[in-house]
Design a protein around this ligand. Structure first.
Ligand code: TRP
Length: 376
């Protein structure tokens, strides 16, 4: 049967999913996802052991403050609440929008360093690389059989990434990466994925794959949970040039930057000529983004930061932001430097993570093969 023609099964059917949403549907809108996320936060506080999170990044460069306040600190918060955390370094996924992954080894090590520096605890959480877990990747084959080309074609996030791709032709890996991402999430049976709003369509692919696999092969015992999105407020931090903060634009303050580099970058940050500093994201985006950055570092509101600076002008604003960022990042940078001194230990941590991910993936693949009647 063509997956497109599958009847939509009742959402009420029990699954192995962690606390499942009454009234959740595959067409979760953002506002529904937001409501559900608030409920999930409550459930997490009550019983964090019920949840397993998978999340991760592509190893394409150093992580910066946009990543940090957008997602990274949230991962550590959830880990520290007691949720089990899997962090994937998606090395294969680098090849979705470029022909060659440059300096992969270097980027992977830097990413591990960033994770450890911000407080991902390798004793409790699993950091691993895509390419080191064959059974995870093998899941992609049965999963691909569960989605139609038309569905892949419709995915708004893929469409958008294709527009921004630096390649002239769309590769099969780009086209199918939401399915690959479903394998990333489902291999460890994660039931929670912290996402920004733009990632909701991907999670829907994962949920669809899980549902179809269970319907087709589950024999009444679902193999996969249907993971839920945990939407977080992502503050909009601009780069120092006033455009989107991005690894490749040289406009971002990385976690690894020194205090001096940070000061230099912020000194050159774009502002405006109005001496009185006010928080007004709509009309003063650059000044407001700097205020927001200081506020996030100092756990205050941007309005408070603005009123402290008053009419002292852009130079005073930059000084405030520089001090706030450097003070906030000091312990993170110190920890990073400490881990960076012992590369052998770093590689040991990654190897241990890969071993653990492999054990989990092997177990899941064994279940999948049994369900598909191919456990010869
Ligand atoms: N696509 C994510 C990024 O570019 C990385 C990633 C790969 C991921 N697989 C994932 C994130 C699964 C969440 C879940 O940053």
């Amino acid at each position: 049967m063509n997956p497109d023609q599958q009847p939509v099964p009742s959402e009420a059917s029990p699954t192995s999913e962690a606390p499942s949403a009454a009234g959740t549907s595959d067409a979760l809108g953002t506002s529904a996802a937001r409501t559900r996320s608030a409920e999930l936060e409550k459930l997490i506080t009550e019983d964090p052991a019920k949840f397993r999170i998978l999340t991760g990044d592509r190893p394409t460069g150093r992580l910066h403050l946009g990543h940090y306040f957008g997602t990274l600190h949230n991962r550590v918060r959830l880990q520290n609440l007691g949720v089990e955390l899997f962090v994937i370094i998606a090395d294969y996924q680098v090849l979705t929008d470029r022909d060659v992954a440059d300096d992969l080894k270097g980027h992977v090590e830097e990413l591990v360093l960033d994770y450890l520096a911000i407080g991902v605890d390798p004793e409790r959480s699993t950091i691993f690389t895509h390419s080191a877990v064959p059974a995870l990747n093998q899941l992609m084959l049965p999963f691909l059989s569960l989605v139609s080309v038309a569905e892949l074609n419709r995915n708004p996030t893929v469409k958008d990434e294709i527009v921004h791709s630096r390649q002239s032709a769309v590769s099969g890996l780009m086209f199918t990466y939401p399915v690959h991402q479903a394998a990333d999430i489902l291999f460890c049976k994660a039931n929670l994925v912290p996402v920004g709003q733009d990632q909701l369509p991907h999670l829907e692919v994962t949920r669809t794959v899980a549902r179809r696999f269970n319907d087709r092969y589950g024999n009444g015992t679902p193999v996969f949970p249907r993971p839920e999105a945990l939407l977080s407020e992502v503050p909009l931090l601009l780069g120092t040039d006033g455009t989107k903060m991005s690894k490749s634009r040289g406009n971002s303050i990385t976690l690894a930057a020194t205090a001096d580099e940070t000061a230099r970058l912020l000194k050159g940050a774009k502002t405006d000529s109005e001496r009185r500093i006010t928080y007004d994201p709509a009309t003063r985006p650059e000044v407001s983004s700097l205020l927001l950055l200081a506020a996030l570092c100092q756990n205050r509101t941007p309005e408070e930061v603005a009123s402290d600076i008053g009419s002292a002008g852009a130079a005073a604003l930059k000084k405030t932001v520089t001090e706030a960022v450097n003070e906030y990042l000091a312990p993170i940078r110190a920890r990073r430097a400490e881990y960076a001194r012992d590369r052998a230990e770093l590689r040991r941590i990654l190897r241990a993570g890969n071993e653990r991910a492999n054990a989990v993936a092997d177990a899941t693949l064994a279940e999948v093969r049994a369900a598909m009647n191919s456990d010869y």
